[in-house]
Design a protein around this ligand. Structure first.
Ligand code: ATP
Length: 493
């Protein structure tokens, strides 16, 4: 897509968010001094804190709060046959098409979807449905010539060159590969995992046996995944290196639909407990199912570029375990003491993208509002992160850099930092220091002033209301700990 020069910072919220994320140390383009690396990003000093807090909360809700879910950290490199068994070598493909004039590459299905969207916007609902069902039929049959014919028939043009000078449609495998060891031939080929789930499947027996786990039980894992996405755009929404938080729940065959419904509701509840508004979240049920699934839904969040998937809940049947049994020739089954039967467990998975959740939090916390300043109205920008996720929980300021105030402020900061990520700041006017904390979403600012010397109290300013209250210095740690606690969220999920 070409950028629309008419769009300003104000009318394109995503652009404002991207710029803010860079300016305030959340996200930097990777290798920026070398002009960047497409679809790869680095998390800065505030970004890494927010990301770790999301991870920690997910881990707590999935593992710590569920007696029957345990964790795992499997390696990124795995035996290459795993990706044969999982179907990724043969079918983890996207159909791509190149425009010969612009040399730009597109996903053929996305070009057709965009055309269907245009039809819908112009009121042609039936035409859009017909087009999508035609495209889905061609995708199911892997009829690549048919897909190209459809693009030509629809007169779809390249947004960059404006021409319809297309190549053939080809399948493009999304897995990155490399070589292990010193010899580089195909026998040493290994892949960078495109999902964390397979590490869980191949460790199912290890965990079940070593932990004496009884079905139903789950295994959760957070880790990097890599996909050579053809069209990587929309900031950290679609990256080539990203992080997943996945949980595979192993169940008795025939009970999977109940568990699927239960995990759908639980996971939706989790997103809401983060403070995401109800009207920004929805389910999207998959009509066209992946080869391994018998039911699948996405949880979608309303990003500035529309409702898009942040997490998938899939009923994956026994596809993966059965295939690993077949390819490894090792028996993978479970003897159920309740029914006295042996079977291959079915699996319901919850699969969330950590980076997409990060972007969801950034978008839903980005507040630009007009506030009264005497007779004037000025714009106030702040990040309204829920306190339990905020990168920094509190900032401590001495009002001035003299009269013993820095010493007292430092003492308080040293106490706070033992429990919380906190900031100490003595530069600039106090108003500027508050604004700076607003811009990185710090929920509480504590100021040590001359009155503090007299009566051992400080002011605490709350970010969203900007209200201030005075409390005793020796009560500050308990006050902050209570306010930033995740207990209430955990009780809800
Ligand atoms: P999409 O349809 O958007 O490509 P997907 O259906 O391929 O996503 P899954 O394979 O179900 O995604 O992966 C599970 C989760 O991993 C997704 O819900 C998403 O949050 C995250 N994810 C997948 N691909 C990427 C990517 N390229 N960049 C960032 N996150 C991703």
């Amino acid at each position: 897509m070409t950028a629309n020069p008419q769009k300003t910072r104000e009318t394109d919220p995503l652009k404002s968010i991207v710029a803010h994320a860079k300016e305030y140390g959340f996200i930097f383009p990777s290798s920026e001094v070398y002009d960047g690396l497409q679809a790869v990003y680095d998390y800065g000093q505030n970004g890494v804190e927010l990301k770790n807090n999301i991870k920690r909360l997910w881990w707590k809700t999935m593992v710590q709060m569920n007696e029957n879910v345990v964790g795992l950290d499997s390696a990124i490199f795995m035996h290459p046959t795993i990706w044969k068994a999982s179907g990724h070598v043969d079918s983890f493909n996207d159909p791509m098409i190149d425009n010969k004039d612009s040399k730009k590459r597109y996903r053929a299905d996305e070009l057709i979807e965009a055309r269907a969207e245009e039809m819908r916007e112009s009121g042609d609902e039936n035409g859009a449905d017909e087009l999508l069902s035609k495209a889905n039929g061609l995708l199911d049959r892997e009829d690549l010539d048919g897909l190209r014919d459809l693009i030509v028939e629809q007169e779809i043009k390249c947004p960059t060159s404006g021409t319809a000078n297309w190549t053939d449609v080809r399948q493009f495998n999304l897995m990155f590969s490399t070589h292990m060891g010193s010899v580089s031939d195909d026998s040493d080929k290994v892949y960078l995992r495109p999902e964390t789930a397979q590490g869980i499947f191949v460790n199912y027996l290890n965990v079940q046996k070593s932990g004496r786990k009884k079905i139903p039980f789950g295994i959760a894992q957070i880790g990097k995944a890599f996909r050579n996405e053809i069209v990587a755009r929309q900031f950290i929404f679609r990256m080539r290196e990203f992080e997943q938080m996945e949980m595979q729940f192993f169940v008795r065959p025939g009970t999977e639909m109940g568990w699927y419904e239960e995990w759908m509701q639980k996971r939706m509840g989790w997103h809401k407990a983060l403070g995401i508004s109800e009207d920004s979240l929805r389910f999207h049920k998959h009509e066209k199912l992946a080869h391994y699934a018998n039911a699948a839904s996405d949880i979608e969040f309303k990003f500035p570029f529309g409702f898009k998937e942040v997490e998938g809940i899939h009923s994956r049947t026994d596809f993966d375990l059965k295939n690993h049994q077949e390819f490894s020739r090792k028996k993978i089954s479970y003897h159920d003491p309740e029914t006295n039967q042996s079977y291959t467990p079915y699996v319901v998975e919850t699969s969330a993208g950590l980076d997409r959740l990060f972007l969801m939090m950034l978008c839903s916390s980005f507040v630009q509002e007009e506030v009264k300043d005497g007779d004037n109205v000025k714009e106030r920008l702040y990040l309204k992160f829920p306190a339990f996720l905020a990168p920094n929980k509190a900032a401590v300021f001495p009002l001035v850099k003299k009269d013993g105030l820095p010493e007292l402020a430092r003492k308080l900061f040293d106490e706070l930092k033992m429990e919380h990520q906190a900031i100490y700041e003595e530069q600039a006017a106090i108003g500027k220091r508050y604004t700076r904390q607003d811009l990185i979403g710090t929920p509480y600012c504590i100021t040590v002033d001359h009155e503090s010397l007299e009566n051992q109290t400080v002011t605490i300013r709350e970010r969203d209301s900007t209200n201030q209250e005075r409390i005793a210095i020796d009560k500050v740690l308990a006050y902050i700990s209570e306010k930033v606690s995740d207990q209430q969220v955990l009780a809800k999920v």
